[in-house]
Design a protein around this ligand. Sequence first.
Ligand code: PLP
Length: 389
Amino acid sequence: MTSKALMNTYGQRALTLVKGEGAYVWDDQGKKYLDALAGIAVCGLGHAHLGVAAAVAAQAATLVHCSNLYNIPAQEALADKLSTLSGMSNMFFSNSGAEANEAAIKIARLHGHAKGIELPTIIVTDQAFHGRTLATLTATGNRKVHAGFEPLVRGFSRAPFNDIDALQVIGENNPNIVAVLVEPIQGEGGVNLPAPDYLQQLRALCDAKGWLLMLDEIQTANGRTGSYFHYQQHNILPDVVTIAKGLGNGVPIGACLTHGPAAQLMQPGNHGSTFGGNPIACAAALATINAIESDNLAQRASELGTQLLQAFKTALADCDKVKDIRGSGLMIGIELSEPCAELVARAADQGLLINVTAANVVRLLPPLIFTDQQAEQLVAILVPLIKAF
Ligand SMILES: Cc1ncc(COP(=O)(O)O)c(C=O)c1O
């Protein structure tokens, strides 16, 4: 069923999901699915999490909204919590990932103008995904996302992902560079992991050049890749980091976290949002972070991710169609040698929700609460489907 009143942005949608519990969802026909996608890296705690539901219900019964004209205790508590978790000092709350990145892009421009650069330019990478607003779609490294929306926004320079030398060359030729915006692991681009020392090299290059290192952790953070923020596995601190997706376990909220000089650039009147950081969203995010911490879910993601990668590598070792199996924590990609979007429907037939991105990469982003038995079920359904493809 699709209402004719909806804009056709998502095409024909095959399933109507009406209920969830933990790692399972049910459609309107009563069919049960194992959810290995979690709303695309959103519901890390699984569906209908009682702690989040209680926090949202309590806040809704107290004060849903009041505007950022007033102090919002839940927003302040969330900022303090995220600051302690991240090592970053000042943050802005948005409603989505794209908006968090918009804030980052505006900060980079302020950083440039403060240095007297009139056309501040941000380096972004091929195959990146940063969102669908005009600035973030320009930052996105996928022609399909740009097409039809030209003129694109000025002030971006594109480089290959995972190529420090290319960034150095751009820096030598373009005095307007002020920042690098990059995903530590590309998500929509195909679960692309850079060299292990990439982030450290990026940090060193940005330090040497006076550029802001801006990490888009919208997909990789919130415990998904084995630590609350992915950069924590690389012993660096970015100047700016953006998060969203798993932050509120499905209640829309994003954040742009800053540190050092980047933290002092925004002043009253520069930026704002009606809904960003509102009481309900912040209550949901606080409850989500508390559960991730108290249930040790980042560590669980790391351990289960390692087990799952190994299980897929073993089970698919003799499958010629599989080019690569890679991932970090519970962000896993299985790259096939040909486009494989049809696998999504075949898996759904078998009661499993997965995703295919970059045409030929099966992407798995299960909830962080996945049990060993659910992981075994995932492997047992998916491996034969890939072998038979
Ligand atoms: C890395 C990354 N950045 C930005 C976004 C955009 O986030 P949103 O859809 O919440 O605007 C996404 C969404 O997929 C993403 O994966």
